[in-house]
Ligand binder design. Structure first.
Ligand code: LMR
Length: 341
């Protein structure tokens, strides 16, 4: 029989539980910290897979103190709503494409939409990891948003229901674009008719003829089944599609410091994973589209691609005021210095 005074027993039990590691850490008092991570693409895309990898690493390494709920395919929010939801704190993490920051007032991000500005993913990573990338992320802070990483998808192709061999083939074609003024200028340079539409509405928009064509990397085209409603695609690789992984600053700063450090590590590794898989995912998606027989893929020779480059060249000058001519100059200089070495 326990003869100790009754009042002492809970304390002893608590101490014992503490020694056994049974007492919850402060963060666990009300259950785990939940990070809702909303995005608009399919789970089997570079962004979808990197988001799932972040979830796995974050949950493993925090030993359950953090739970990451990933909502793919616009199941929670579409493009514009997700940014509002992040600012309101309804979700904590997003990875919008770099073309979608204009409506937030951070139009400098549209530099990534300038046609034929970036020769390859390696060069992009250099820019993103350097002073330009850091400056862009810093521009998010006044909006209550913290940028954690840049993720890759790939280079875009044009698609439509008519053969597209040369720029003039897009004349008068209604083309869906993301909410970027640079992409609007790009379509106008081709005499196409740009129409902004949320990513989650594109399949239906193409199916019903609200728009006739679009642009995206192969991975998005395939996983959204756009190839079922587009007869032709041309491998112009005229522009880049990448992402900024962002969090609500208040939420991020409110995390226990040790948790934040673990999450930063998980994000670093998820980012490396994204960079590793992006190219292959797009190559595989292109093969799958070709194999489906639904979309005819037009492969350009370098000389044919140069014709597209020439048609889109005026865009750079036209949008310099919007994205910053100093940034354009810096990128051009960086490219020239690499070419020299
Ligand atoms: C689009 O809207 O076309 C893309 O930004 C979708 C995405 O997130 O890859």
């Amino acid at each position: 029989m326990d003869t100790r005074p009754r009042a002492r027993r809970p304390l002893v039990a608590a101490l014992l539980a503490g020694c056994l590691g049974l007492i919850a850490a402060p963060a666990l008092a009300d259950g785990p910290i939940v990070i809702k991570f909303s995005h608009v693409v399919a789970a089997n895309t570079p962004k979808g897979r990197a988001a799932d990898r972040f979830k796995q690493l974050a949950e493993e390494r925090t030993k359950g103190r953090v739970r990451v709920e990933v909502y793919p395919n616009s199941t929670l929010y579409k493009d514009k709503e997700e940014l509002e939801a992040l600012q309101l704190g309804s979700v904590q993490m997003l990875a919008p494409s770099l073309a979608k920051f204009g409506p937030l007032g951070v139009k400098q991000f549209e530099i990534f939409d300038v046609p034929y500005m970036f020769p390859n993913a390696e060069f992009l990573e250099r820019i993103e990891d350097g002073p330009i990338g850091r400056k862009l992320m810093a521009a998010l802070e006044p909006k209550g948003i913290t940028g954690l990483a840049f993720w890759d998808n790939g280079f875009k192709v044009f698609s439509a229901n008519k053969p597209i061999n040369v720029p003039a083939d897009l004349k008068g074609v209604k083309m869906r674009i993301q909410s970027s003024k640079v992409l609007e200028a790009e379509m106008r340079a081709l005499d196409a008719i740009p129409q902004v539409m949320a990513f989650g509405d594109v399949y239906q928009g193409l199916q019903t003829g609200v728009v006739d064509g679009t642009e995206n990397p192969w991975s998005n085209m395939y996983t959204q089944k756009m190839h079922e409603v587009q007869k032709y695609a041309v491998d112009t690789y005229h522009g880049y599609l990448g992402y900024a992984v962002i969090v609500n600053t208040k939420f991020w700063q409110g995390l226990p410091a040790d948790i934040r450090t673990i999450l930063e590590g998980a994000m670093k590794d998820a980012t490396a994973y994204d960079h590793e898989i992006a190219r292959k995912d797009n190559d595989e998606a292109m093969d799958a589209i070709a194999k489906s027989g639904r979309t005819t893929i037009i492969h350009l020779t370098p000389a044919q691609r140069a014709v597209w480059e020439q048609a889109l060249a005026p865009v750079r000058k036209e949008v310099a005021g919007r994205v910053g001519s100093d940034v354009i100059d810096e990128i051009v200089k960086e490219q020239a210095s690499i070419a020299k070495h």
